[in-house]
Design a binder for this molecule. Sequence first.
Ligand SMILES: *Cc1c(COP(=O)(O)O)cnc(C)c1O
Length: 680
Amino acid sequence: MSQIPATTQQSFGYEDFIASIDGFEANYSKDITPEYYFGFPIGPVLEVERNLLSRTIKSIAYFSMEFGIAPSIYNSFRLNRPIPEQNQFFSHEVFSNYWLCDYLFKVQTTGRMLDIPIYGGGLGVLAGDTMKSIADSGLAVAGIGILWNKGYFKQKFWYKHGQIPETLTWDPYNYPGLVPLKDFVTIDTKEGPLHLRLWKYYVYSYDKSKACPIILLDSNCEQNDPRLRKLTDQLYRSDEVWWKIFQRVILGIGGMKALKNRGYNIDCYHLNEGHAALALVEKYVHLQDKDMMAECRRHFIYTCHTPVAAGHDRFRIEDVAQILPDEYTRACQMFGRETEDSSQINLTFMCLNNCDQVNAVAQKHGEITRLQFPEFSSKIQAITNGVHIHTWLSESYARLFDRYQDVFGDWRKYPENLAKAGDLRGDEQFRKEVFEAHLANKRNLTGLLGRWKLKEDVLTIGWARRIAGYKRPALIFHNIQEILKIAYEVGPLQIILSGKAHPNDDIGAAHIDDILDHIDQLNAHRKVIKVLILENYDTYFGKLLTNSVDVWLNNPLPPFEASGTSGMKAILNGVVQLTTLDGWVVEAADHDIGWVFGYRHMGPEVGDEKNLRLDEDAAALCRVLRDVTALYYRTYKELRVDTQSPWIDKMINCVQQAAFFNTQRMVGEYNSRMWARALA
Ligand SMILES: *Cc1c(COP(=O)(O)O)cnc(C)c1O
């Protein structure tokens, strides 16, 4: 399809916008009007489109395999017709040591929307939060991703069988905020032409005065051979290398073609993780003068999230040659081989080699990445991840900050103001309100799980994230006798877990089996310990759990957690940390945000991911948990709060640290330390 002619760039308006949408009259004319875009002001959409088309305003493309945008908890669009059932959320089942209840009840979150299911976990949530902070900042950025027709997967727990993945179905044609475009792009492959439909979704700023598009690519169109139509069905489908390569071809090569199709003038290509590496190949293949590639590299930026070499994508050149035309395969070989005689390409290496700027996602991860790739160490910076505060902050904490506006000022615009929480440390009233705001959140949780008889005054520990070996999801159960002793001797416990294991990850599945077994065995001890695991972890539960439990447990094996972000959501809401020393925590650990325990990585070797150190770290966890429990019940007993408790100091320290661990600060650093150079 043709590019939008230069003459329309300045004047790009509503008519041009709706002309690009497929089936506008039939399907979207009630949702998109000269004033509104699915209930939000349309002005920001037209403005960012003009900015991206402009030849004078600098703009950025941000590529990511997944985007966790979380419209169920933030900036929900309106659809002027009923939202189809499959785009609303199914209820969640629970597996607990209160069997009868699991059998009789589900967690009902009626009327909530299904998160646009194009993410799998933390990487996607970070990409979503990044886009939101970019929108808040008003930069001209277009996201590039994939429209996953069947999402990631739907999780089901079966007693004695563990996690059984099920297919998720949703309807992108009736999802608020998402529109199909008339245009397609085509990639030439050895399987014939691969047509990709383009979709658009807009991420708005928190005050709805600015917006950014995300372009999503979709192979599910009639022109394609049935096999190719399924390529964009399932995120991270990995049972065959053919799928993996094709999905990366779509993101990298298809993404570059989509930007061209929209007529966007992109000055900087930011590749979030190595999945999008083939964008470099697409750039190179279309260069008239191949010597220009050195100059092009200045405009490519790579963010590396993977801590271990084994986690990086590697493909045999012969497999790539089965899919891509020879010219592309040659470029892959040229850019992606680790050594001259290697028969494989490595996408991490391709990015490291061809992006002038590279960043790791926490300071510690920077050290580890430099250790692994010494030949690139001089260009590897570290920019620590964050979370988008407007998405993850609970209402009760927002109201608390508003009540102390003389101290926090315009904290929505300047989240760094949260550092002022320390000034209020001596304020008895503030200390009381910090705890009470937390209790309000905790009551949301105990209310939602009311059938399971969770209690507001029982110490509640949360663990929820992707289930993966190095995250050690079952660590708290490893020494269950000791945990039971704490519950009987010091005070009762409630433990809530949630998380999905990748369907092909046998180790992850084994961890889920292990957790279910332990829960099962705790049935007799229900009076002192309640354990629940919630099905289908998503951003909705992510928000609920991170702001409502008393203690957020984070126990990855150091140094394998590149950053981690769920703890950042928790500290923003005054939830203290019980954590190993890894990822972002290394930068906050000196500020007493809770308790740090377990194995400490000293280097210089990275170490063995398979040696989980469960015995030693479970023992360390139990030792600390005894103190945590004792302090909790000194702080909050019989519904009375001891405002002088050091627990509340820790909560205040958490809020103070949230001033730094947010995506507004992170995007600011991306901008000043990396984008500025690429745009210069
Ligand atoms: C925040 C979040 C994550 C990331 O959790 P980590 O502890 O950083 O691994 C994963 N999944 C969902 C749904 C989240 O909201």
